[in-house]
Design a protein around this ligand. Sequence first.
Ligand code: DX5
Ligand code: ZN
Length: 218
Amino acid sequence: MIKVAPSILSANFVDLKPDIEVAQKGGADLLHIDVMDGQFVPNLSFGPGMVEAIRPITSMPLDCHLMIENPERFVTQFCQAGADIVGVHVESTPHIYRALEMIKQHGVKAEVVLNPGSPVSLIRDVLPIVDQVLIMTVNPGFGGQQFIPQMVAKIQQLNQLRQTGENDFSIEVDGGINDETVKAVAEAGADIAVAGSYVFNSDDPIAQIQKLKVETKA
Ligand code: DX5
Ligand code: ZN
């Protein structure tokens, strides 16, 4: 059964608390927070203040996906704000190893993120130090986009690399996840699925979270 990380990017920005509570009640395993800087991706969203504000109102681990240029400038702030996982894009800095080490030094789980156009080979040398890999299944920047089916092969490839037993990390996927696409990613080896619009653009977010889990009950 896949773990589900609802993304607050599709929640009600005027009143986030009920959406966060409903996600937790629905059995969400993590809360996904999308951070965008208007440079690395063509959109703006939340900063560390949002993470700090959410921290006391939920016991779900906070999964912070940084879509910002040179994320090492902000890693410390997100860790101190209460993030449990911090994800940095391999494409966003020439110093990915340093950025990941900084996250770990704060006792926070370090995640490396891959854009749809980036091959798995790009992150091979950081696999020994990461807790998690996030495979983007849409181009980052917006919720509600269509799943890119070619990404399934990439999840399989990463899963095979993991099975050599050399490195131990979780695989998360993000973008276009619904009750159909979740089956393909779970079968390919994904452990965690981010879901934004599928969960929150629905009258019954709890049922949607449950459906993602039921569909992947192996
Ligand atoms: C896109 C974000 C996603 C987004 C997913 O840049 O990283 O986390 O919220 O939204 P859906 O599930 O609607 O594709
Ligand atoms: Zn995300």
